[in-house]
Design a protein around this ligand. Sequence first.
Ligand SMILES: Cc1ncc(COP(=O)(O)O)c(C=O)c1O
Length: 441
Amino acid sequence: YAPSTLAIHADDHLNQTTDVAPPIHLSTTYRYPSSPSALAPVPADTDPSAAALLSPTAPLIYSRVAASNLNRLETLLAPLLFPAHAADPAALSRLAVHVITYASGLAAFHALLVRLAPRVVALSGGYHGIHGVVSLHARLHGLRTVDLHASDAAWDAAGLGPGDLVHLETPLNPTGEASCIAAFAARAHARGALLSVDATFGPPGLQDPFAWGADVVMHSGTKYIGGHSDLLCGVLATTAVGEVGGRLAVGLRADRVFLGSVMGGLEGWLGVRSLRTLELRVGRQSQSAGELVRWLDGCVNGGRAADQDAQAEAEAEVVRRCVDRVQHASLQREDMGWLKQQMPNGFGPVFAIWMRDPAAARVLPSKLKLFHHATSLGGVESLIEWRRMSDHDVDERLLRVSVGVEDWRDLKADLAAGLRALVEEGLLGGESKEVQVRENG
Ligand SMILES: Cc1ncc(COP(=O)(O)O)c(C=O)c1O
């Protein structure tokens, strides 16, 4: 079956009731068999049979170890995160063990660092919270970093080698720009290091980092996997070999019992609800983002089209007065050779707008009706964020846009009206009266 079919049916074998929609299971603890002869005492953690208790089909004991809704969620994620194996039912049932969910995206990244205990991590830019996790590990055991984009010689001088980690976020938060996964896989593997890819901005259906050499794929499932702005979730998927020759996923799963960073049962249920529509949502969001970026970039950089009417030209003039540039993978024209291979179905639904003036960037969200002014992304609702609200390191002219599932023409009209209001109300710095910032900004 195709991944979209499996997003509806991969968990059928775990359904033990006649309910079509999955029931919500919230119990934290589960009854042991009633017959004393069926009681199997727990093996020691070091006993090889202990790993079997962590499989999604093992009898349930306690929800910090495994729980019904989470088993279903991880089982459904397997064909989406390992699409190359979607047609092989036997492989898929093995792969469910290789998807581990966490209480949040940052909890997932922390768990990866705890398991691998690298001495050096190569990373740069991207979501600031990831750097926060790295600094916890620097404090605890002296983890060192090297710039992801530094030369091979700089990586070697930093001591990046076997057991270390190259961590690539692609597409990148907050601009939506993409990096070549295969190129970083080659550089990491040449040194015996693993490549982890934070694919939050390019969810299943848009890119398959394993096909290009990733050893670990990470998601903030809070974003597209959840898709409704109502659950926190982190995901790690891997078939890599772990540090003592065992499977990395088994080690991660065992560690999660003691890290305690599991999703709650209700969140697991919400995740299952969400995955059913992942392909539909993400396909639409990606396409709409492409339309909006094409329009904005065309206004800023394009010449006047022969058939452009007066209204479109007036709109383009307003965009030009407000917007300096737009950033998104679809505008990486020189990279299209590898980019079209790695993201064949469309680019991520997040893009960045650089306003000409910081004050206008701060005001624009208050002029929009269809975009909530809020952080996060990936939900069905379109969001815009004056990025300075949540990241102190960014330029004050930066707005991040997360496109939802509304009709893109309505979103375009809303952005056009908001930008027009900035011009008409004289709110463009340098051209204008004093900027009035609404209290809720
Ligand atoms: C690219 C990326 N990775 C990781 C995270 C962290 O995820 P969470 O908020 O689920 O912990 C985020 C959150 O915005 C993100 O954008």
